[in-house]
Design a protein around this ligand. Sequence first.
Ligand code: 5GP
Ligand code: ZN
Length: 142
Amino acid sequence: MDCIFCEIAAGRAPASIVYQDDEVMAFMDIIPVLPGHLLIIPKAHYRNVFDAPPEITGKLMETAARLAPALRQATGCAGLNCHIANEAAAGQEVWHLHLHLLPRYPGDGFGFRFPSGYGRRASRPELDEMAERIRQALHALA
Ligand code: 5GP
Ligand code: ZN
């Protein structure tokens, strides 16, 4: 299988590594959106959050929390976004699970775009109906 992040995890492709242990690795994104843009990956190959055991995704977030203070100190960022793109519809381009750490700076110009018409508060019945559907799916998949 031809996976650049597997190659990086195995030490066969170059990367600017910030942290690694037996399960995860954090390294600089090669096309940083903003200074200090980091990626955290599991060393084992998983496509994304739909495919990985929840503990693995949890380990990515735990690592993010451990790195965050150092990232802030090193970059002087004012904020931080943690982001995972899962599947093409969500913007995934590399098919090995990865968590983006995106340091944010005042006026940096980056941001999520909201769909047109955003801003209508949902009714309680709408929210309850969707919550019920998700609860049922949770039971069905358990
Ligand atoms: P995605 O859109 O899949 O969430 O993000 C993929 C990210 O991987 C992009 O930000 C891209 O710049 C980064 N990337 C792609 N190829 C490489 C690579 O070979 N090395 C590093 N360090 N980052 C990469
Ligand atoms: Zn991989």
